[in-house]
Design a binder for this molecule. Structure first.
Ligand code: URA
Length: 436
């Protein structure tokens, strides 16, 4: 078999066989197929696409390129949750303790933020001492004893995807549906859970800006998961404005804790409940959505979800005291309001610009090596559909550097689209996708 022939075949729009895909991924992982040939192949895929069968084969080949975690030592139906990435997306922080408090074991791999989107690991590191660098044994023990463990993605988990993603990133071949779906699902399948719930974002701050593209991506991922023998479901959620009010690590942790106290923003709570409901149903703990929602309300009201969050933070070396006294969270002391310069209604808040504003305050990474300031961020005061009068505060910046604050302020002003006509408030949950 020759990679040259496979590139030529795909260029003509023909389907690659299972053996050819396995040969390609094996050779690319061990270095015998060079980057330039693989780049030509990904570009051919961008133009010609891949069939469902090819996409599944690519996913499984990438899954098998490294270690596939064995979580059989964990009792119960392990449910993983994955978000395609957004701004103000602190969902895992509130969601995982809620479902764990209800008996669904959560064995989760999470990532760090890059670019305008945040990452769960950075947020968890707001708790002093917290680490995701735990051994496989501790991971399994914590899930069995507490119900939650969150680890970072190890180098040996789907290494073919790691290499391919880096290549796609510099060859303008990231935004192809089958490549995105196989990339995400190869890692999810390698992390060993029994069921997967996907939060696919749609809108300005998301990977997929168009609703139809987000639906197609979600359908593709649900069908891959199902074909690989995992119970899989997806929710399409709105990212045409940040989720909740807080953007920035410590501020988002604060908002997640408030949600566990029963005082969370409506849109954020709805995303947590929609995903939590699927996790409880796939995990066999609830019969239907109504039952799942009532169970989730109970563990918030009786404090057990919050207690679970503290147990989890402590089990991974963190100081959980900010969960009970949020004044202990380190939040930047300089507060600067961003005010409206016209009357009207908020039509859109460009989430990507808000994410970039947070990054420019020092709260996000431009490169993987960047150090971040966990204390900075933005709290929105107006959201889509709200009435605005000249001089009203649109958002408050929490920063540590006046130049960075000035830059963030400009970006936030630009992010708010205010018009004179009333704005329609779309629901945050746009669609559910289940396997056929
Ligand atoms: N996230 C991934 O892990 N892979 C992609 O291709 C896109 C987003």
């Amino acid at each position: 078999m020759r990679m040259y022939d496979l590139i030529a075949k795909k260029k003509k729009g023909e389907e690659l066989t299972t053996e050819e895909i396995r040969y390609m991924i094996g050779g690319f992982t061990d270095g015998s197929i060079p980057d330039y040939q693989m780049s030509a192949m990904t570009m051919a895929i961008c133009f010609q696409g891949m069939s469902k069968r090819e996409t599944v084969d690519l996913t499984l080949a990438m899954r098998d390129s490294g270690e596939v975690l064995d979580l059989s030592g964990i009792k119960g139906v392990k449910v993983d949750k994955h978000s395609t990435g957004g701004v103000g997306d602190k969902t895992s922080l509130a969601l995982t303790p809620i479902v764990a408090a209800l008996g669904v074991p959560v064995a989760k791999m999470s990532g760090r933020g890059l670019g305008h989107t945040g990452g769960t690991i950075d947020k968890l590191e707001c708790f002093e001492g917290f680490t995701t660098g735990i051994s496989d044994e501790t991971f399994v023990r914590n899930v069995n004893e507490i119900g939650i463990a969150i680890a970072g993605q190890t180098a040996n988990l789907a290494p073919a995807d790691k290499k391919l993603y880096a290549l796609r990133d510099v060859t303008a071949t990231v935004d192809q549906m089958s490549l995105i779906a196989s990339s995400i699902m190869s890692k999810k399948l390698a992390s060993g859970s029994d069921a997967i719930v996907l939060d696919v974002k749609t809108g300005n701050g998301a990977f997929m800006k168009k609703f139809e593209d987000s639906v197609a991506l979600a359908e593709e991922m649900v069908s891959i998961g199902t074909m690989a023998g995992k119970k899989t479901a997806a929710v399409i959620t709105d990212m045409d404005q940040p989720l909740g009010y807080a953007v920035g690590n410590s501020l988002e942790v604060l908002e997640a804790i408030e949600t566990l106290n029963g005082n969370g923003p409506e849109d954020f709570k709805e995303v947590v409940f929609a995903l939590g409901s699927l996790m409880l149903q796939l995990g066999g703990k609830a019969q239907d959505d109504a039952e799942a929602r009532s169970m989730m309300e109970t563990v918030i009201t009786d404090g057990s979800a919050k207690k679970k969050f503290a147990e989890f933070i402590e089990a991974q070396g963190g100081d959980a005291s900010p969960i009970y006294d949020t004044s202990l969270l380190e939040i930047a002391k300089t507060e600067v309001p961003v005010v409206a310069d016209c009357d009207g209604y908020v039509h859109r808040i460009l989430a990507e610009e808000i994410g970039i504003a947070c990054m420019s305050l020092g709260g996000g990474r431009e490169t993987k090596e960047s150090e971040i300031d966990l204390s900075v961020g933005i709290v929105l005061k107006k959201k889509k559909g709200d009435v605005v009068k000249t001089g009203d505060t649109l958002a408050v910046i929490y920063g540590n550097d006046s130049e960075k604050i000035a830059r963030a302020s400009e970006l936030i002003c630009h992010a708010y689209e205010i018009e004179s006509t009333p704005a329609e408030k779309l629901p945050v949950i746009r669609k559910y996708i289940f396997s056929e």
